[in-house]
Every structure is written in structure tokens, then in C-alpha cells.
Design a protein around this ligand. Structure first.
Ligand SMILES: [Zn+2]
Length: 209
């Protein structure tokens, strides 16, 4: 009976387990602490008898984080693992330096990968580029569409993006003209885009004729 019970326990824990010490990011560390229901030895770092979670439980937060990046299709960019570590210091530094963070990222993203979608499986050593502007544009359009129907609607941004929003804050010089977004804006979109294009053209130093 004892061995059958042990086998059943192993079956429940068949996915690789990572731990709170694998991560440097405070939000993720809290997330692991809250999601963990057991103590054990980590499959990635050296930690023993710590709060562990199945890597699959981290798929959601990492899927959100990876929306900030797009696979490079021109051979430029940087390894995905370098981008997210460089900008967010997601993983424990030793885990990153030793290369185990690559395996952890691959396993987290692999846990939710569905080959039926035709999307390639995420690989920590694939080349990626920041896609923040693309993503923010989509999120902004989505927010604009919803807030017109419901003025109380709040943008549904993942928590890991808070830091990115902070970075997008700018100090506006005194006396700058500010525009307020209003209903009907879309009807003038062409006009606004043309004005923006004129400003951008001015901002680029003109080559001497
Ligand atoms: Zn660990």
C-alpha cells in the first residue's frame, strides 16, 4: 500500500517544480509563495525544502510578460532570456548566469504550449525584439473602444506591466499644449495622423540638398 500511495504522489507532482528562490522579481516571488501548497526540492536551483510550485502555474504571468516581445523575423534582436532578464531582472542572477534560467523559461512556456495553434514553441535562446509599442497600441485601442460605451471602464493591464507604464511617464515642459481624447476622435484620425507625420518629418534632420 505504501508504494502505491508513493506512486500516486509522484504522479501528482509529475511536472518540474521551481521555487521562490528561482526568481528575483518581487511580484513573482510573492506569486510563487501564494501559489505554493507544498515544500520540496527545486528542480532548477539548489534550494531544498522550500515552497515549490509546478512550472505550469507560472504560465499565465509569463505569457503576459512575453507580450512585451515579438519573435524577430530579420535576424536582429537578442535572446529572449537576455531581454527579459536585462529589463526586468526576472530570475535569480546565479540561475541566469548558470543557464538554468533558460531551461526554466522553456519549461514554463512549454507547459502551456498548444501545438494545434500553429504557434512555434517559445525558446529562451530565440531572437526577440521589444514589442511594447505594438502591444500598447492594441491595448490602447481596445481601451478606447470600451470606454466609449462605459465611461467607468478601466484599462485591464497585467500587473507585470505596471513598471512599463511607469517608464512611459514623461515630464511635459511648462506651457505645452495638451489634447484631451474625446468621442469623435476617430473621425479625425486621418488629420491627426497627417499632423503627426509632419511633426516627425520635421524632427528628422534634413539632408543637405
Ligand atoms: Zn528554485
Amino acid at each position: 500500500m505504501t508504494s502505491a500511495r508513493a506512486a500516486a504522489t509522484i504522479e501528482v507532482m509529475d511536472g518540474p517544480m521551481c521555487c521562490v528562490e528561482c526568481f528575483n522579481d518581487e511580484w513573482l516571488r510573492d506569486y510563487v509563495r501564494e501559489a505554493s501548497t507544498e515544500k520540496g526540492d527545486c528542480d532548477y536551483c539548489e534550494a531544498e525544502n522550500v515552497a515549490v510550485v509546478d512550472v505550469a502555474s507560472l504560465y499565465g504571468p509569463f505569457q503576459n510578460l512575453l507580450r512585451l516581445y515579438a519573435a524577430s523575423d530579420d535576424g536582429l534582436g537578442d535572446f529572449l532570456i537576455n531581454l527579459i532578464q536585462g529589463e526586468h531582472e526576472v530570475f535569480n542572477e546565479e540561475l541566469y548566469d548558470g543557464g538554468e534560467a533558460d531551461r526554466l523559461l522553456d519549461d514554463i512556456m512549454g507547459s502551456g504550449w498548444d501545438d494545434d495553434t500553429g504557434e512555434p514553441r517559445v525558446n529562451a535562446r530565440d531572437l526577440y525584439e521589444p514589442a511594447l509599442s505594438q502591444w500598447m497600441t492594441e491595448a490602447w485601442r481596445d481601451f478606447c473602444a470600451k470606454v466609449k460605451v462605459d465611461p467607468e471602464h478601466e484599462p485591464g493591464l497585467p500587473e507585470l506591466l505596471d513598471e512599463e507604464l511607469g517608464r512611459m511617464e514623461v515630464v511635459v515642459p511648462k506651457g505645452s499644449t495638451l489634447y484631451r481624447a474625446r468621442l469623435g476622435f476617430v473621425e479625425q484620425e486621418g488629420e491627426v495622423a497627417a499632423e503627426l507625420a509632419r511633426k516627425l518629418a520635421k524632427a528628422v534632420p534634413a539632408k543637405a540638398a
